[in-house]
Structure formats: C-alpha cells, structure tokens
Design a protein around this ligand. Structure first.
Ligand SMILES: Nc1ncnc2c1ncn2[C@@H]1O[C@H](COP(=O)(O)OP(=O)(O)OP(=O)(O)O)[C@@H](O)[C@H]1O
Ligand SMILES: [Mg+2]
Length: 263
C-alpha cells in the first residue's frame, strides 16, 4: 500500500497534469541554533494541485503548521523555495509579501479571527475594502453568491458574538472566499466546533472547491475532517511521508500508522 502513497508529485505519464496552485522544493525550517535547534521541516517537496481540496495530516509537532505558514508566506523557509500561483515567495520583500498574501491568499483559523465590533457582512467585505476594492458589479454578484452558498444571507447584520461557532466559521470562510484567492489555507478550522458544526463547515469548504472552483489546503488531525478532502498529505518528522490522491479512509490510516510505527 505504501508504494501507492509515496510519490509526492503526480505521475508525469498523466496526459493532463494538474495545474499547480503552489509548490515547495527542498523546504527546511529550523527554529533556533546549535544544540537547541528544532528542525521543524527537513526538506519538503510538495505540489498542491489547483481546484482541489488537500488535507495535511500528521502527529502533533510533525511540522504541519510550519509548512502551512511557509506555503502561505506567513513564515520564511530556512532554505528551499516556495512558489504560489507562479510567484517565488523568496523574491518578495516583506511589504510585497503582505500585498501578495492579501491579493492571492485566504485564511481560515481555528479561532475564527473575526472583528467583534463589525457585523458578519462587514467582516466578509473587509479584505476587499482593505485592498481598496468596491463591492459592486461582478464583485457584488460574487459576494451574494458566496453568502448564499454559505447560508449566511439572514445573518449578515449580526455581530460575531450573536452567531454560533459554526456560523462564525462560515463567515470566516466567506471572508476568505470573497476576494477569489488563488489558495485558501485553513489550519484546524473545525478545532473549536462541535461535530455537527464541523460537518457543516467541512461541507462548505468542499463545496467551495467543487462549485466555486476554489483551491483549499487544510491542516487537520481529524480523520473525519480529512475524509472531506480530495487529497491527503501526511507529514512526519518534518517531511512528506505520503501524498494520497482520492484516498480511502483505510489508506489514510495506514499512512498515519506507518509513521507512528517508524518512531
Ligand atoms: N516559533 C517556534 N520556535 C521554536 N520551535 C517551534 C516554533 N514553532 C514550532 N516549533 C517546533 O517545530 C515543530 C513543528 O511545529 P508545528 O507547529 O509545525 O507542528 P504541528 O504539526 O502543526 O503540530 P500541532 O498538530 O500540535 O499543531 C515542533 O517541534 C514545534 O515545537
Ligand atoms: Mg499546528
């Protein structure tokens, strides 16, 4: 079973190779120096296909969040290269990287990160307003579509404190979708939700890929959450252990167990 899981890239024999939303090449990230150095990433090669829902799994401390932060330009690799939407991130200084993130990426965090004094609707359009884009014409139509797909139409005037956890996370997803980013990164997006709200949020993330053409990379440690994804990347000790395409649950479990057994 491991043979089918090992190649981190798609076979070159594929007649229609998937377009790539992001790539990592020989990415390392070391925290600290000398004896106390922590090698969070030890040489990651990864292709993230566009238009798919990719879950990143692995044990606590395996490097999932570090990898996501390097892919998303929130952290810089110690060595190696990351490219998103054809742009090499190391070529951008901090200011251009910030602009790049705002224009190309969307984020969904475990803690929702909504602004409490703004309504749901105001939170959703905030990234557009920060980028100086007016919500009108096609952009308005897209906003209305996203709001309706996420079932938020009758909640737009409420503040986050007046919404359930699941509704707040749907607002955060709408906020990530509204600027049509190349990639949405979600780090444990259901970590603070009950199982019903989790299923709902994961269902919406999947719909955003299937129906809105979005690319989503989601870090999760829950097998139930990974089951919503198209592909599953298993990280172990700072490396890609497996890149599973359309895996069944037992394949994911096997890849996770291989890692546990190897320790
Ligand atoms: N800022 C930091 N300084 C020092 N070490 C760090 C820092 N951030 C992460 N690490 C270490 O790097 C390793 C990978 O951490 P990371 O947060 O990427 O793991 P993770 O897979 O996301 O874990 P979890 O499932 O617990 O969120 C861990 O050993 C962690 O302690
Ligand atoms: Mg983490």
């Amino acid at each position: 079973m491991l043979e089918t899981t090992l190649p981190p890239t798609f076979p070159t024999s594929d007649p229609r190779p998937a377009a790539l939303a992001a790539t990592a090449r020989a990415v390392t990230r070391t925290y600290g120096r000398g004896d106390s150095a922590v090698h969070a990433l030890r040489g990651v090669d990864l292709d993230v296909p566009a238009g798919r829902f990719t879950a990143v799994m692995g044990a606590s401390g395996s490097g999932k969040s570090t990898l996501m932060h390097c892919l998303a330009g929130l952290d810089r690799p110690t060595s190696g290269t990351v490219s998103v939407a054809g742009t090499e991130l190391q070529a951008l200084d901090d200011t251009r990287l910030t602009v790049f993130r705002r224009e190309q990426l969307g984020f969904v965090f475990q803690s929702f990160n909504l602004l409490p004094m703004l309504t749901a609707g105001q939170n959703i359009v905030l990234p557009l307003e920060l980028a100086g884009r007016r919500v009108e014409g096609e952009r308005r139509e897209w906003y209305d579509h996203v709001v309706s797909v996420l079932g938020l139409a009758d909640r737009l005037g409420h503040r986050p404190g007046e919404l359930s956890g699941g509704q707040q996370q749907r607002v955060a997803i709408a906020r990530a979708l509204v600027s049509r980013p190349t990639l949405i990164f979600a780090d444990e997006p259901t970590g603070n939700l009950d199982s019903e709200s989790s299923a709902e949020v994961l269902g919406f993330l999947r719909r955003s890929v299937r129906e809105l053409g979005q690319t989503v990379v989601m870090v999760t440690h829950e097998l139930d959450a990974a089951a919503y994804a198209d592909d599953v990347v298993v990280i172990a000790d700072g490396r890609v252990r497996a890149h599973l395409v359309d895996p069944a649950a037992d394949e994911i479990l096997a890849a996770l167990r291989v890692k546990a057994g190897a320790r």
